[in-house]
Every structure is written in structure tokens, then in C-alpha cells.
Design a protein around this ligand. Structure first.
Ligand code: MRU
Length: 337
């Protein structure tokens, strides 16, 4: 059983960045350390550390560590770029690396990013409370809990917050092919929090909406464009279409660091393609041609609201999302301002 300490998904350990290896969860809890650029890049690329905010925190500590190890500026620039580009879709990684690189004290800045993530997640949980009826059936996709953010979690954090506030929840958990973030991580985190969670295969989401009185869908995000188009784990788009068909509100919980204000719409979001063997699985399919996009883009028009640290962000997104840019940083806000 994971302790709360184990859920500290990422932490700075002086001469290394320490992380819980998410590839081994839930059966094995193993903390590992990354010191070199190769180890940092590998941990992100192989999904040992995953989830948009968590790779941001990890990358931030990693770049601060590399700065102290590499005196040569050109060598540091090249190493920091490798960390920044280890995965292309989640904008939190590039955002965090750029923020650390632009600061005078890189380690202090990385720590601030981590502290802010905890505060941001708590605020997202508060802001989402009004979306949950007293008795609510919820569906979610992928994993958005503490191990995905290095804080309290976004969509999953909101579910746990609602549960603790006394809502009677039943949560359907998409298993999330091909790497099973839902069945390995979300089911596990919800069980740990005492939330009633039921695992379904991804293909059962539409039928579950049709037959099981789902009240709302809530998921996380990896990158959100100015018009609300949202990149998240592959399969999210299909869930949003099914939710729209059934008249079920579809919410996205994400911090401001997941919004890419430089991108007008989802067509400009890079979608990571991952190795074929993640999909092939059995020996019978060893030679199958494979298309393995790790993310898809849900059009903003299918999203009822975004849940952020600044509260609910509603349509029209062309107005409400760019306005987020002008809000004060979370560190400047009182806990519940
Ligand atoms: O490939 P992954 O497991 O890193 O994908 C993660 C997701 O799609 C999450 O939903 C997203 O990063 C939000 S985590 C709070």
C-alpha cells in the first residue's frame, strides 16, 4: 500500500531528482533517482514520470540540477533542451523548464513551481465542488491524481475533494489503453482515497453513459489552445463525443500552466506518437502495422467548462481563456481568494 509519502511523486534529493517509477505501479512502489540528462530524459520519455504537471515539476528540478552540474553554458543549453523536448504534447514541461531557466535561482524557482502545483490542485478541487451533485455518477479517463501532478491531482483531485465533502460518488474509470493509466493508477488512487470506483474498458464508456446514468465526465489535459481545443490522453475525444450525444456535461480540470496562449486552436498542438509495441501486445500481432498517437484533441465546443485555480472558465473560450493570462500568479493569491 502506498503511503502519502510515496505519493510525493517527485522530489528534490540534493544531488538527484527522485521519483516514484509509475511504470511499476500499482504492484511495486520503487523510488528512483535521476542525475544525468540521459536519466532525466529517459524517465520522462518512458513514462516512469508522467502526467503533464508532474513532468513539469520533474523537468524543473532536473534543469536546476543540470545547471549546478554543467559549468559550460553550451553544454547546459543542450542538456536543458533535451529535457524540455523529452515529450512534445504536455506544455507544462516546456513552460516549467523555461520558467526555471529564466530565473536567477533555478532551484528556488523549481521549488516554487512544485509548491504552486500543490496550491493550484487544492484550488481546482474547491472550484470543482459545485459541479458534483449530492449523488453523482462520474466517468473519467487516464490518470490525473497526485502521482500525475506531484500535488493533489486535478480531475482526480476534484473527485476526491467532492467525496471528502460528503458527495456520494460512483466513478467509472476507463482503463485507458494502451498503457492502462486508468486501471493501474486511477483505480488504485481512488481505492486508496475510499472512492467507489468501477473499472471499464475504454470501449464501454458510451454504453456506460447510455445505461448507468452518468451525471458528468471530468478529465485532465496536456495542452489547451486559446479556443478551448484540448489535448489529453488518446480516447478522450471519443468520450467527449459520447458525452455530447448523451447530453452529459464534459469538464476539463487543468492549471493555467496547461494553457498554451500562443496556440489559436488544436490543429497546432503537436501529438506524440509512441512505439508500436505498446499497442501490439500479444505475439500474434508482432508484425501488425500500428498507429499509436498518445493524445487526441477534443474540440472546445464539446467542453462545458474548464476547472482552473482561478475558478470555472466557461464559453465563449475565445474571450475567457485569453483573459486567464492576465490573472495574478497563484503565489500572489490568498489561499481561497
Ligand atoms: O501519457 P500520459 O500518461 O502522461 O498522459 C497523461 C494525461 O493525458 C493526463 O490526463 C494529463 O497529463 C493530465 S495529468 C493531471
Amino acid at each position: 500500500m502506498l503511503s502519502d509519502e510515496d505519493f510525493d511523486a517527485v522530489r528534490f534529493a540534493g544531488d538527484a531528482v527522485e521519483y516514484v517509477d509509475q511504470r511499476l505501479l500499482p504492484h511495486t512502489v520503487e523510488r528512483r533517482q535521476a542525475r544525468t540528462v540521459e536519466e532525466l530524459e529517459d524517465a520522462i520519455r518512458t513514462l516512469a514520470v508522467r502526467g503533464a504537471p508532474a513532468i513539469g515539476v520533474f523537468g524543473a528540478y532536473g534543469v536546476a540540477l543540470l545547471r549546478s552540474a554543467l559549468q559550460d553554458d553550451a553544454a547546459f543549453d543542450a542538456a536543458a533542451a533535451r529535457v524540455r523536448n523529452a515529450r512534445p504534447t504536455a506544455v507544462n514541461l516546456a513552460w516549467a523548464v523555461d520558467r526555471v531557466r529564466g530565473s536567477a535561482d533555478m532551484l528556488a524557482e523549481a521549488r516554487a513551481i512544485h509548491d504552486e502545483q500543490r496550491a493550484v490542485d487544492a484550488r481546482i478541487g474547491e472550484a470543482a465542488l459545485e459541479l458534483f451533485p449530492k449523488d453523482a455518477t462520474v466517468l473519467t479517463h487516464c490518470n490525473t491524481g497526485p502521482i500525475a501532478t506531484a500535488g493533489g491531482g486535478t480531475a482526480l483531485g476534484a473527485i476526491v475533494r467532492a467525496h471528502r465533502a460528503g458527495r456520494h460518488l460512483r466513478v467509472f474509470v476507463d482503463e485507458t489503453r494502451p498503457l492502462l493509466q486508468g486501471s493501474r493508477l486511477t483505480q488504485f488512487e481512488l481505492n486508496k482515497a475510499g472512492v467507489d470506483a468501477t473499472l471499464i474498458v475504454d470501449g464501454a464508456a458510451a454504453l456506460t453513459m447510455q445505461r448507468c446514468a452518468v451525471d458528468l465526465v471530468i478529465v485532465g489535459a496536456d495542452r489547451i489552445a486559446r479556443n478551448g481545443d484540448t489535448a489529453n490522453k488518446i480516447g478522450t475525444y471519443g468520450v467527449a463525443i459520447a458525452a455530447a450525444h448523451h447530453g452529459i456535461p464534459f469538464y476539463v480540470a487543468a492549471p493555467r500552466s496547461t494553457f498554451d496562449f500562443s496556440i489559436q486552436n488544436g490543429a497546432d498542438i503537436p501529438i506524440e506518437e509512441r512505439p508500436a509495441d505498446e499497442v501490439r501486445g500479444s505475439a500474434a500481432h508482432r508484425d501488425a502495422a500500428v498507429f499509436n498517437p498518445a493524445f487526441d484533441i477534443t474540440p472546445g465546443r464539446l467542453i462545458a467548462a474548464f476547472v482552473t485555480e482561478y475558478g470555472l472558465v466557461r464559453p465563449p473560450y475565445a474571450d475567457s481563456i485569453p483573459a486567464l493570462q492576465d490573472r495574478p500568479n497563484i503565489a500572489a493569491l490568498a489561499p481561497n481568494a
